[in-house]
Design a binder for this molecule. Structure first.
Ligand code: UD1
Length: 420
């Protein structure tokens, strides 16, 4: 099994390019099921989760070709299966995103019920209740969600989500695109990835209004055409490299990214003592050699601090001056990596869903184990600031969400390599 070997101690310095956003590319790939015309996507990151989604599309009969410019050409004109099988869904929960598009275009879909995962139970009840409000019949049978649209297709409806859900908003938005009439989704997620998905759908002739606010209005259309689209940059990858640079007292320039998508993270980094500058598509961070100061934070839906950046800032706090309180409100079990950080000499106490982190001057390298995607990023950050060697095991988690992580960190001067 692949591992990452890190010799820590050096500040990160240099510049890198940020990849396309995983969490945007996944729903956009699912949305290609909405049209029978070909779609060309650029800036799709080369990641494990993306490969899984492409495999799932392939299984449904969708044609996918990578062209010479590394763009994906997706052709969902013919589908030969409406089943998202257990073997694929169990490896990636985002597979549930094919449910809405399949159901609205073909009137039927069978998607394996996603199970729990390392960061909590993560139900999909709101996806299902929303589809039922649009007239779908849902049965759970043999571990599968069996969904059927009424004759004539799904119908526009008024849906109030009683919790903010990113995937739920995406699934219902996609289902509403080809429904009869208008759907209004209230208490919708406002994440930039929702805006990207809506822009993609509108590029193909859909009619989604209000993306980025908490009310989405989707007027159903008879069909979508083909088109080309570039996936937005990955705000979580951006934030991860900024946190790594802050923790190591470094100086980095990140290109091909959008500073507006991570204001809450930039605010915390500034509080930690980082000197930040940014332009339309770049951000630079300079610690001027100083140790970061501890920051308090609480995760919440966008535009508040993202749960996907919590573990990385917890790692930064572990070596910061002072004490920081980090509260996780979105997922259970998402402070699990703090135990591994303590094995590296961090001083972190847990009180319910809050971690109280008293910064230490240096961490000590150790063999550690990644438990989920963002937790593994925090262990890499810890390895970069630790004295001696850190061996991060189970890095398949990291390959699900970070494109070329060791090459990018090497470009920033880190001593890191993959051991196979
Ligand atoms: C997406 C992101 C993930 C991020 C998360 C929160 C993708 C592929 N993944 O995950 O990286 O951490 O948003 O920003 O984009 N919930 C319910 N019922 C539902 C749906 C959700 O109770 O039907 C709960 C979840 O258990 C969780 C909360 O709502 O506590 C938020 O989950 P959600 O926003 O749906 O996360 P994902 O879309 O799975």
């Amino acid at each position: 099994m692949n591992k990452l070997l890190i010799r820590g101690g050096a500040p990160l310095a240099g510049e890198i390019r940020i990849s396309g956003a995983k969490n945007s590319a996944l729903p956009i790939l699912a949305a290609t099921l909405l049209t029978e015309q070909p779609v060309i996507l650029s800036s799709v990151p080369h990641l494990h989760d993306i490969t899984t989604m492409l495999e799932l599309l392939g299984c449904l009969g969708v044609g996918v070709v990578l062209d010479e410019k590394m763009r994906l050409e997706v052709d969902a004109s013919k589908i030969d299966s409406l089943v998202a099988p257990y073997d694929l869904v169990k490896t990636m929960r985002a597979s549930i995103l094919v449910l809405g598009p399949l159901l609205t275009r073909f009137g039927e879909a069978h998607v394996s019920f996603p199970g729990g995962c390392a960061i909590g139970s993560r139900p999909v009840d709101l996806h299902l209740r929303g589809l039922e409000a649009m007239g779908a019949t849902i049965d759970i049978d043999g571990g599968y969600i069996r969904a059927r649209a009424p004759s004539g297709g799904l119908k526009g409806s008024h849906i109030l989500l009683d919790m903010v859900t990113v995937g739920g908003t995406e699934n219902l938005m996609m289902a509403a695109v080809l429904a009869r009439g208008t759907t209004v989704i209230e208490n919708a997620a406002r994440e930039p990835e929702i805006v990207d998905l809506a822009n993609f759908i509108n590029t193909l002739g859909g009619d989604v209004e209000g993306a980025g606010t908490d009310t989405l209005t989707i007027r159903g259309v008879a069909g979508l055409r083909g088109g080309s689209y570039r996936v937005m940059s990955d705000r979580i990858e951006t934030g991860t490299y900024l946190a790594a640079a802050a923790a190591t007292r470094g100086r980095v320039l990140l290109k091909d990214t959008d500073p507006h998508t991570l204001e809450s993270v930039l605010l915390k980094l500034e509080k930690a003592g980082a000197h930040l500058s940014s332009g339309k598509d770049w951000i630079s961070l300079d610690m001027r050699g100083n140790r970061p100061r501890a920051v308090n934070l609480r995760t919440a839906p966008y535009p508040a601090f993202p749960t996907d950046m919590q573990a990385q800032l917890t790692a930064m706090n572990a070596v910061a001056e002072g004490t920081g309180r980090v509260t996780e409100t979105i997922f259970e079990n998402r402070l699990i990596q703090t135990h591994e950080l303590n094995r590296m000499g961090a001083n972190i106490a847990l009180e319910g869903n809050t971690a109280i982190i008293t910064g230490v001057e240096r961490l000590k390298g150790a063999p550690v184990m990644a438990s989920d995607l963002r937790a593994s990023a925090s262990l890499v950050i810890a390895g970069l600031v630790a004295e001696g060697e850190t061996l991060v095991d189970r890095i398949y988690h990291i390959d699900r969400g970070y494109e070329c992580i060791e090459e990018k960190l090497q470009q920033l001067g880190a001593d890191i390599r993959r051991i196979v």
